[in-house]
Design a binder for this molecule. Structure first.
Ligand code: FRU
Length: 486
């Protein structure tokens, strides 16, 4: 009965037990995808942060490994990143190669005893199994900034140097280095850009190809501010990075959300993915600081999103991020049904009424013939349902979790989440439903909505519904998902 507890996700990463938040230090190295994560090994609520650790050959099946980094005299181990130091630029590897972790130590100033966040290093010569902290820690501090954390280090090829982007309260800062031990301030970005409805956290910076050229993408998560019901969310910027500065190509007030659901936070991307693969691989923490400490799971708390591949797409409004679940996940598919002919939807008739599943992928394509409200209800029973619907009058896709199951643990959990989705010809919908989550990818990942739900075990129905209007279903594929822990 391993990993069979109530609400335990069957195909999303979770820790064996106790608390997890941000994904950290994701790196691909010698055939393994590493996932480290913010972890409190002794409690189901946030506390002294460690780096938990797991590895995978496909980002789908995970092997849990012992804790990688423990708190020490410099403080808790907050979020950060890992790079492969191929040419021993750090001098940690005796001329060979190894892994260097760059993370935040959250502790107190040794003299004044006031809180401080500093950046530190640890290195591994055994494929991430054991770690040695650098005796010269910390390598970067700035006591004038209270929130100074979550370093993401990348190799800036053009000038053969390391670049660190880290969050500093209401902006991010860029630093450069040749050895990761000494860092030089280059510039800051963001005080007057994007959303400031929360403290800036967990940045990431990378390049993606588009239209024969490329753009730089800067991801910035924003923390929970009790004044805003959405809680913690992730935004991104599109622009250019020249090794010193990031320039935003959109208006500074424009906010680009990575995900329109409440439960995709602190996500960043894997480093060192082979050039032949070429993907930019992302994973997020599938929760929200607003209620993360209260969600009704008992032995563990929190899951990660599905791993997703990020690409760019040109739209009328400008260049935007697209997210596609990694194709490796399709190994879990067990076909339930496939409909490859046109079916006109009729109000009150549910063509999926005989199907029972709580962990599945559904791909469907619709043609809207007349203004309509329609969609799919999942984890459905008499008492419960989570509605994934489309309202063509408003061009809005919504996930309504007001009757999704347990929502008593926080008064802002119950909600309808919406995103604008314009449809040109056909509406392509792909959804991944696990025991306690829903991930919606509309129009091939151009619009994404990730949401937690806590339904009862008995709520296992599915309903394809048409509320009003005229809609043709053009095709539908439904796959049961096997447990990754089986
Ligand atoms: C984001 C965050 C980070 C920090 C970590 C602490 O969720 O607040 O900024 O490093 O969590 O656990």
């Amino acid at each position: 009965n391993f990993f069979n507890e109530k609400y335990r996700p069957q195909f999303h990463f979770t820790p064996i037990k106790n608390w997890m938040n941000d994904p950290n230090g994701m790196v691909y190295f010698q055939g393994e995808y590493h996932l480290f994560y913010q972890h409190h090994p002794e409690s189901t609520v946030w506390g002294p942060m460690h780096w938990g650790h797991a590895v995978s050959s496909d980002m789908v099946h995970w092997e849990h490994l012992p804790i990688a980094l423990f708190p020490d005299e410099n403080g808790y181990i907050f979020s950060g990143s890992i790079v492969v130091d191929t040419w021993d630029s750090s001098g940690f590897f005796d001329g060979g190669e190894g892994l260097v972790a760059i993370f935040t130590h959250a502790g107190e100033h040794p003299d004044t005893k006031t809180p401080r966040q500093v950046q530190s290093l640890a290195y591994s010569t055994d494929k991430g199994r054991t770690w040695t902290k650098y005796e010269g820690n910390p390598v970067l501090e700035d006591t004038s900034i209270a929130d100074f954390r979550d370093p993401k280090v990348i190799w800036y090829e053009k000038e053969s140097k390391w670049i660190m982007v880290l969050s500093a309260g209401n902006h991010v800062r860029f630093y450069s280095s040749s050895d990761m031990k000494s860092w030089r301030f280059e510039s800051s970005f963001g005080e007057k850009e994007g959303s400031h409805l929360g403290v800036w956290e967990c940045p990431d910076l990378f390049q993606l190809p588009i239209e024969g050229g490329h753009r730089w993408v800067l991801i910035v998560s924003i923390g929970d501010d009790p004044a805003y019901t959405e809680g913690s969310r992730t935004q991104y910027f599109i622009g250019d990075f020249d090794g010193k500065m990031f320039t935003n190509e959109n208006d500074s007030e424009k906010v680009l959300w990575l995900d329109f659901g409440r439960d995709n936070y602190a996500g960043v991307t894997w480093s060192n993915v082979p050039k032949e693969d070429g993907r930019r691989l992302f994973i997020g923490w599938m929760s929200n600081w607003k209620y993360a400490n209260q969600v009704p799971t008992e032995t563990w708390r929190s899951a990660m999103t599905l791993p997703r591949s990020l690409t760019l797409n040109s739209t009328r409004e400008g260049i935007r991020l697209v997210q596609t679940p990694v194709q490796e996940i399709s190994a879990l598919r067990k076909p339930i049904t496939s409909i490859q002919r046109t079916i006109t939807l009729i109000p009150g008739e549910n063509i999926l009424k005989d199907i029972k599943t709580k962990t599945f992928e559904l791909k469907a394509c619709f043609k809207i013939k007349e203004a309509a409200v329609f969609g799919i209800k999942v984890h459905q029973s008499k008492e419960e349902e989570t509605i994934i619907g489309y309202d063509s009058d408003r061009s809005v896709l919504y996930v309504d979790r007001r009757r999704s199951g347990d929502k008593t643990f926080h008064n802002e959990f119950s909600c309808v989440q919406e995103m604008e989705v314009f449809i040109e010809d056909q509406f392509a919908l792909q959804i991944f439903v696990d025991t306690s989550s829903v991930e919606v990818f509309a129009n091939d990942g151009k619009h994404v909505l990730t949401s937690l739900i806590f339904p009862r075990e008995e709520s296992n129905g599915l309903e394809l519904f048409l509320d009003h209007g005229a809609v043709d279903l053009k095709s539908l594929d439904l796959f049961d998902y096997q447990s990754i822990w089986a």
